[in-house]
Design a protein around this ligand. Sequence first.
Ligand code: COA
Length: 284
Amino acid sequence: MAQQTASVFRPDLMKGKVAFVTGGGSGICYGITKQLMAHGANAAIFGRRKAKVDSAAQELSKETGSKCIGISGDVRKIETLEAAVKQTIEEFGRIDFVIAGAAGNFLAPLDGLSSNAFRTVLEIDTLGTFNTFKSTIDELVKTKGSLIAISATLHYTGMPLQAHVSAAKAGVDALIRAVAVEYGPRGVRANCIAPGPIAGTEGMDRLMPKELVDKHTSMIPLQRYGSIDDIAWTALFLFSPAASYVTGTVSIVDGGDWHMSGAIGGAPYPDAFSGAGEAPASKL
Ligand code: COA
């Protein structure tokens, strides 16, 4: 299913750096934090449930040999983020990398989406990203650091059952472009990563019915789900000096998935396109 690859990065690439990560208690952001730490960084992870972030922080420290602290709070409440940033500075003295990754999601048709449900997801994803940026930016200016927001590809098409998340992530992309433009002159870079279907995440486990996984995989150009490390490698690149001229971008890490959304109207893929010398259209 998801292919695992070893790190291509220097083991001490992130030595001396400090990451502040919202949503780092599980899934993709846990995986990014793990690889940053495995390459030498220390980290603070921020999440809603204290027991969960504390045990994730312990696990990350044990797995990587770097130091991680867990801090609980809610990205919708900026004062909890400001307190977390203060605690991170007291512990580590600096913040070089910020990941705005906390997100909320559920499947709901517009018919079943209340005003409060829509607002809740916008507040977690879009306002939460703004609050994360706002509470860490002074530290990033000091270190000439870098911010990554976790976006999505849902809003590139009219994805059903995801109107709330699509609207929220479109806002995240727009915000990050503005951060890149306004803070570039102060030495801060800001980018998004848009993960596609990533195996082993709560999002995919909950949102993709098991009986559709094989069919879905066959429709992805790279013919597999991504791994959490696929996202982590992109984050390491974006935080590294190799990306020092990269800002205001969205890195789509999805095996080409979104390009296929509705593209061939249910025709078998990729078989319909593999006949030697035959025009693909004749097989549809
Ligand atoms: N369908 C429709 N509406 C839903 C819903 C669903 N599946 N799940 C929640 N809502 C609505 C609630 O009914 C409520 O609206 P209402 O007051 O009009 O009834 C509104 O959303 C807020 O829900 P609530 O549970 O009170 O908010 P919360 O702040 O405690 O949690 C989430 C919001 C998104 C975090 C929560 O739905 C959740 O736990 N999701 C799963 C975890 C998750 O999202 N992980 C991230 C994976 S990418």
